[in-house]
Design a protein around this ligand. Structure first.
Ligand code: PRP
Length: 180
């Protein structure tokens, strides 16, 4: 088993998620929120976040891919799956992502969702890597700003593994130097 360097502990993540949920409960008081969970990375954040929401929510899923199993973005986004079968016109929509890196994925998704004419559209990410930005997207709710490391855990993978870690860790470079 590789030794992972913990960047953000489970306790720190849970505390921050509860803070964000509190903010969302206040800002959307009296509203019903349509949450869009971007698979697969945002799965853990979405489940922990909605457990702490007291406002009514609907949950939808989208699956996009841009990394193709490597540590660098392929630079293109492809929509693989959408469970958004309802019309989002006039709805309050919150997009949930695990990480914003270049911003290409979030920019693509926000543009797609804007076309549905929601009443409001905001985004929530656990991790923000502003130093890697190619497109200027600014999420309204950010868990943590992090430096440019390839990170795994709490939904984030390397070659589909490590999503189940309860914390965020920096990928051991010996892992991605290995051939399978
Ligand atoms: C990751 C992450 C974001 C995107 C961020 O998805 O979940 O969707 O990359 O990168 P960007 O800001 O450079 O566009 P990935 O394609 O790895 O899919 P996954 O969530 O299924 O692991």
């Amino acid at each position: 088993m590789p030794e992972h360097k913990v960047l953000i502990s489970e306790e720190h993540i849970q505390e921050r998620v509860r803070d964000i949920a509190r903010e969302i409960n206040e800002q959307y008081a009296g509203c019903t929120l349509d949450i869009i969970c971007v698979l697969k990375g945002a799965l853990l954040l979405t489940t922990d976040l909605i457990r702490n929401l007291t406002i009514p929510v609907r949950v939808h899923f989208l699956h996009v891919s841009s990394y193709g199993g490597e540590t660098e973005s392929a630079g293109t986004v492809s929509l693989r799956f959408s469970s958004v079968s309802e019309d989002l016109t006039g709805r309050d929509v919150l997009l949930i992502e695990d990480i914003v890196d270049t911003g290409i994925t979030m920019d693509y998704l926000l543009k797609q969702l804007r076309e549905e004419n929601p009443r409001s559209l905001r985004s929530c990410v656990l991790l923000d890597k502003p130093s890697r930005r190619k497109i200027n997207v600014i999420p309204e709710y950010v868990g943590f700003e992090i430096p440019d490391h390839f990170v795994i855990g709490y939904g984030l993978d390397y070659r589909e593994l490590s999503r189940n870690l309860r914390y965020i860790a920096i990928l051991d470079p010996s892992e991605y130097q290995k051939k399978d």
